[in-house]
Design a protein around this ligand. Structure first.
Ligand SMILES: Nc1ncnc2c1ncn2[C@@H]1O[C@H](COP(=O)(O)OP(=O)(O)OP(=O)(O)O)[C@@H](O)[C@H]1O
Ligand SMILES: [Mg+2]
Length: 561
């Protein structure tokens, strides 16, 4: 312990000097600051680290009690030090009480007894030293905790970064592996085709077929990755989920073991959503196939559809990070092997799979996730090892009447007939769409100007079954063009083609009565199927004319013209 400093304050110089002399003699290791002036005492305590102060209570300018209060109040260079008030021998209890109140630790009576003085100062010095030590230890502890917390935070950040890098590495490896598998037949067959020598009849065509198939598989892979990244093309139309669940379960019944009992629990009449039918269909199929794989010895696979209104108090919207509102809740539940927490933590990562090489690509749930998020929906998985799995999807409810919603995977009608008005300011595109539809048997009128098209529609509104309208024309916004056509006939059926896919614009088109939106560049077979289905539904013998549908099965596989 270094030198200790004592502060003595007494307005009477004699008694001050006597006290100082006693302390200097009996406590030689101590430095004593003695003053008759309370202000000087306050100044000393501001500049020097004091260990103990002895303060006379009776002083004319500032009372000892007041000085004690002020010494306590001011922050000096050292931590608080004990203060002993020196009182007259007969001072009353009230005075002592207010001394304690002002922050004094103890009292000494005048005339001062030498032994008592030294004993009391020693005790106070010990208390001060113990308190200093305690403060040092706790400050050190705080330092250590702060350092450890900082280190922990840094290592957490590094871990997160490492996990991110690992996920990206996994993604890159997954893409590389899958594309390598597809490049092998493409390059191998192409090399062999370079010289046709030695090829037997039909072999070349077979090789070309293999190349094309690998190309399409690559394109599927890209589509799945894009769905995950939510960068895919937007094709939106009313989709009847009940119908879709029936179709998907129909397909699954052909592919799953007979020991898997597939059940439907459809608890709602209104099951429409505005969505991309092929994407939604492939999401349902993925969930069904995962359930199948989880039940190698059979079990029960249940698809449940029910309306779900998620209000502020419903924590499902928080867990799935969607806006409160009206949703269609689809639950796909199996009684299979279930998943542990570690698997669940990586479930939606692209290329995450627990299946054997060549069996699973690990893109199934990644694309389901992207699809659901792209539909502004939510997804949640409940699972435990040995206890089965339920995947919950929440898709914004569309509120489209059931009857008007198109089927999703029905074959297009065999011989379509109908009258279509194609409007596109881009003349070559307009002509191409017209030619394609004419080839399919439609009576087509093409207009490269909106005003011409509106005039044409006004003349023949009763005959024209469908208007195909470009969303983004240079001279007139497609929405505005649709409004003009609807001004002639509010029931006009308008199918829009959109170059710039914006969810907002698509929603706007639907809210103003478009029957569907297809992305540009147009997939011709999709356009043809959409129109065929529409015209069939509008036929007098068929269902009553009804707004319809952009989203159909992705079926077609020919390169698009
Ligand atoms: N219903 C389920 N029951 C148990 N485990 C599941 C279920 N669904 C998914 N999983 C687990 O999640 C993993 C990832 O599923 P995901 O569908 O993304 O890929 P995959 O099925 O392995 O391959 P892919 O779907 O590309 O053929 C699976 O490998 C499996 O371990
Ligand atoms: Mg899967």
């Amino acid at each position: 312990m270094g030198a200790r400093t004592l502060l003595l304050v007494d307005d009477q110089p004699d008694s001050l000097l006597a006290c100082k002399a006693l302390l200097s003699a009996d406590l030689p290791g101590c430095q004593v600051i003695a003053t008759t002036d309370p202000e000087e005492a306050l100044g000393a305590a501001r500049t020097a680290p004091i260990d103990v102060a002895l303060v006379d209570v009776c002083m004319p300018t500032v009372s000892g009690i007041e000085l004690c209060r002020r010494l306590r109040a001011q922050r000096g260079p050292a931590a608080p030090f004990p203060i002993v008030l020196v009182t007259a021998y007969d001072s009353d209890a009230a005075l002592r009480a207010s001394g304690l109140d002002a922050g004094a630790e103890d009292f000494l009576s005048k005339p001062i007894d030498r032994v008592e003085l030294v004993a009391k100062v020693r005790v106070m010095l010990r208390i001060k030293a113990a308190e200093d030590e305690l403060r040092r230890a706790s400050a050190h502890l705080e330092d250590v905790v702060a350092q450890r917390t900082k280190a922990l935070r840094e290592s957490e950040q590094q871990m997160r970064q490492a996990e991110k890098m690992a996920a990206i590495g996994e993604l890159a490896a997954g893409i590389a592996h899958n594309f390598n598998n597809l490049l092998t037949p493409i390059l191998g067959n192409a090399e062999m085709l370079k010289s046709t020598e030695g090829l037997i009849a039909g072999q070349a065509a077979m090789m070309v077929d293999e190349i094309i198939q690998a190309g399409w598989r690559a394109s599927d892979l890209v589509a799945q990755l894009l769905t995950f990244a939510r960068k895919g093309r937007i094709n939106r139309g009313p989709v009847d989920m009940q119908q879709m669940v029936r179709e998907v379960t129909g397909l699954l019944r052909h592919t799953v073991d007979r020991r898997v009992d597939i059940r439907l629990d459809l608890r709602t009449e209104s099951t429409s959503v505005i969505g991309d039918a092929p994407q939604l269909e492939s999401a349902l199929l993925n969930l069904g196939l995962n359930a199948r794989d989880a039940m190698p010895d059979g079990g029960t696979l249940t698809f449940t559809l029910e309306p779900a209104t998620l209000d502020e108090s419903d924590d499902r919207h928080l867990r799935t990070q969607i806006k409160p509102g009206r949703y269609l809740h689809l639950a796909v539940a199996d009684t299979g092997v279930g998943m542990n927490e570690q698997v669940q933590a990586h479930l939606f990562e692209p290329f995450f799979t627990t299946k054997a090489l060549g069996i699973g690509t690990g893109l199934g749930l990644a694309s389901v996730y992207g699809c659901v998020k792209g539909h502004e929906g939510g997804i949640e998985v409940q699972s435990a090892p040995g206890r089965g799995t339920t995947v919950h999807l929440y898709l914004p409810a569309a509120g489209v009447p059931q009857a008007v919603v198109a089927q999703t995977t029905q074959a297009p009608p065999a011989a379509p007939v109908g009258r279509v008005l194609v409007v596109d300011e881009n003349t070559p595109v307009c002509a191409l769409v017209g030619r394609v539809l004419e080839q399919q048997g439609y009576a087509v009128t093409t207009c490269a100007s909106v005003s011409e098209a509106v005039a044409e529609y006004a003349r023949r509104a009763r005959e024209i079954d469908l208007v195909v309208l470009d969303f983004a024309m240079p001279r007139m916004d497609g929405l505005e063009a649709m409004r003009r056509i609807k001004a002639v006939n509010p029931d006009a059926h308008v199918l829009m083609t959109a170059l710039h896919d914006s969810q907002e614009a698509v929603s706007q088109a639907f809210s103003e009565g478009a029957i569907g939106v297809l992305s540009m560049p147009l997939e011709i077979d999709r356009l043809v199927e959409t129109i065929a289905r529409y015209v069939r539904l509008s036929e007098p013998s068929g269902a009553p004319p009804a707004p319809l549908v952009a989203a159909l099965s992705a079926g077609g596989r020919e390169p698009q013209g």
